[in-house]
Design a protein around this ligand. Structure first.
Ligand code: MN
Length: 316
C-alpha cells in the first residue's frame, strides 16, 4: 500500500538503542479515510521508530462493504524497503511494474522488494467477500541490498508453529522451529499469533533480537501485563521467550530483529539515507522516469507525490 497518512516532512529514524527486556507502550495514531476505512499507524511512533529492520506497521479495518472498492490505491513508487502484505479478512489484487498480477487472501504473503525502485497498485477485486482487514508492514533494506533490483514474491502458504494454545504463522524469519520461505535481507522475525483456545503459550525468542507485540483483536496478556489494542508494545532485547495468555480467537502480531544498525530516513513510500536521495526519487516519480516503470494493468491514474518539505523531524 501507499502511505495513507502522508506528510511533507521527512521522518528521521536513527539506529535503535539495544536495551534489556522492557515493556514500553506506544498508542497507535488513528485516522479514518474517506470511504470509512480506519487506519492505525502503529510504527513508526514518537519514541519508537524501528523494531529490528521493521520500520512501518499500519493496521487497517475491519470493514464491511456492499459495493465499491475500499482499497483502491493507484500506481505509486517505493525504494529501499520490502512491503509485507498480510490480510486477516478479504482480498486484494496487486499489480506491479515488473508485470506481476496477484490476488492475495488471508493466510498468504505478498513480499515486494523495492530495491532501487518499483511501482505497484493495489485494489479490492471486482468480486470480493465484502470484508477488508489487514496489516501493511515495511522492512528497511540494508545498504548491501537497497540499491539492488526490484522483486515480487507471493507465498500461498506459510509455515505454522503450534505453541501451547496459540498457532503462529511465520511471515519472515523463523519461530519455534518454523521457517518462512520468504527472503529476508537482515536477521528478523515476523509472525501472526492466533489463539485457538483460551490458554497460555511460551513463545521462544532469539535474545539477540529486539521485539514488539501488537494486539490486533481479542484479549491477551504478556505475563501480568494486560495488552491494549491499537498499541505497540516494545519489548527490548535479551528475551528468550514471551509468556503469553490469550482468549480464544485473539490475534497478535509479533515483530523482531537484530537492532538495525543504519540510520534511515522515511518519506511517503521511500526509505532512504539522505534528503537528496528522497528528492531524487520524488523527481524520478514525477518525471515518470524508467526507474519506477509503469503499471499498465491498473485502470486508474498514478498517485502524484505529495509535497516534500526540507524539514527532517521525528515521527508523530
Ligand atoms: Mn505500496
Amino acid at each position: 500500500m501507499s502511505d495513507l497518512l502522508p506528510s511533507a516532512d521527512v521522518v528521521d529514524c536513527p539506529p535503535g538503542q539495544a536495551v534489556a527486556p522492557v515493556i514500553e507502550s506506544y498508542p497507535a495514531r488513528k485516522a479514518a479515510l474517506p470511504g470509512g476505512l480506519v487506519v492505525r499507524r502503529v510504527l513508526p511512533r514518537a519514541g519508537r521508530r524501528m523494531v529490528g529492520p521493521w520500520c512501518f506497521l499500519d493496521h487497517y479495518g475491519p470493514l464491511s462493504f456492499d459495493a465499491g472498492k475500499p482499497m483502491d490505491i493507484g500506481p505509486h513508487p517505493h525504494i529501499g524497503l520490502q512491503t509485507v502484505t498480510w490480510l486477516i479478512e478479504g482480498e486484494a489484487l496487486h499489480h506491479d511494474s515488473l508485470g506481476h498480477e496477484r490476488l492475495i487472501r488471508p493466510g498468504q504473503l505478498n513480499l515486494m522488494t523495492a530495491g532501487s525502485g518499483i511501482s505497484h497498485a493495489e485494489e479490492t477485486p471486482s468480486r470480493s467477500s465484502g470484508r477488508l482487514h489487514g496489516v501493511q508492514l515495511w522492512v528497511a533494506l540494508p545498504e548491501a541490498r537497497r540499491h539492488g533490483p526490484p522483486a515480487f514474491d507471493h507465498y500461498a502458504e506459510l509455515p505454522i508453529a503450534a505453541i501451547g494454545s496459540v498457532r503462529a504463522a511465520v511471515l519472515m524469519g523463523d519461530l519455534a522451529g518454523a521457517r518462512s520461505p520468504a527472503t529476508a535481507h537482515s536477521p528478523m522475525v515476523g509472525a501472526e499469533v492466533v489463539a485457538g483456545s483460551d490458554g497460555e503459550a511460551r513463545v521462544p525468542l532469539d535474545p539477540r533480537f529486539e521485539h514488539a507485540l501488537v494486539l490486533i483483536d481479542g484479549r491477551a496478556a504478556l505475563g501480568e501485563r494486560v495488552l491494549e489494542p491499537a498499541t505497540l508494545y516494545y519489548l527490548g532485547t535479551g528475551r528468550d521467550a514471551l509468556n503469553l495468555s490469550a482468549r480464544a480467537g485473539s490475534r497478535l502480531v509479533l515483530l523482531g530483529g537484530e537492532p538495525f544498525g543504519e540510520h534511515i530516513l522515511m518519506w511517503w513510500n521511500f526509505v532512504a539515507r539522505t534528503p537528496d536521495e528522497i528528492a531524487q526519487a520524488r523527481r524520478d516519480w514525477e518525471q515518470e522516469s524508467r526507474r519506477f516503470g509503469s503499471v499498465p494493468a491498473y485502470a486508474g491514474a498514478r498517485i502524484p507525490a505529495p509535497p516534500l518539505s526540507p524539514r527532517v523531524r521525528a515521527p508523530e
